[in-house]
Ligand binder design. Structure first.
Ligand SMILES: [Fe+2]
Length: 202
């Protein structure tokens, strides 16, 4: 059974940037619905019993893939947000500076990608070898499906912003990127990837 993860902050923590109502719908209804539907589909098929979320993402098609992809994407997305303003530090900051020119230029690139992505989906900052990469995914598609390693993911589905920003996706993305990203979590994901590679070499 999959469960809806608790949010790592209060639903009031972001003020007007992300309203309580948005969290109530986005986490409490949309994300919960993906969890409930995935559990129902798995319960109906004995061959799927005991499979992990990642195993299902890699093997499922159609309706089940949409649910499990969205579970993974949303669970990761909540961890990418922070009510405290943060900035990248350490190795992450160095990589951003050398590959994009500056933190501001990376934010511009992410804003352009997320705002320009047609329809529903996700925009991610990935680590590919030693290179940072910005990439988008349509609908419920998920970095895990492609063997990609995300450091940060942005939800560009309308349900992420319609309550607070109506149809203005650009304003939502700009606000989130400028004021609500947990760059410590992004850096942690970069470190974890480094650790995995070190383990593989050993
Ligand atoms: Fe969402």
């Amino acid at each position: 059974m999959f469960t809806l993860p608790l949010l790592p902050y209060s639903t009031t923590a972001f003020g007007d940037l992300i309203s309580v109502e948005t969290f109530e719908y986005h986490h409490g209804k949309h994300h919960k619905s993906y969890v409930d539907k995935a559990n129902k589909l798995v319960a109906e098929d004995e061959a799927l019993a005991g499979k992990s979320l990642v195993e299902l993402i890699l093997s499922a098609k159609g309706g089940l893939f949409n649910q499990v992809g969205q579970i993974w994407n949303h669970s990761f997305y909540w961890l990418c947000l922070s009510p405290e303003a943060k900035t990248p530090g350490g190795k992450l900051a160095e990589m951003i500076a050398s590959q994009f020119g500056s933190h501001a230029k990376l934010l511009e690139k992410l804003k352009e990608e997320a705002t320009g992505h047609f329809g529903s989906g996700w925009t991610a900052l990935l680590i590919d070898g030693e290179r940072l990469q910005v990439k988008s995914y349509h609908d419920a598609d998920c970095p895990v499906k492609h063997g990609d390693t995300p450091l940060l993911i942005l939800d560009v589905w309308e349900h992420a912003y319609y309550v607070d920003y109506r149809n203005n996706r650009a304003a939502h993305i700009e606000a989130i990127l400028d004021k609500a990203i947990d760059w410590d979590f992004v850096a942690l994901n970069l470190d974890r990837k480094g650790t995995e590679r070190a383990d593989q070499k050993g």
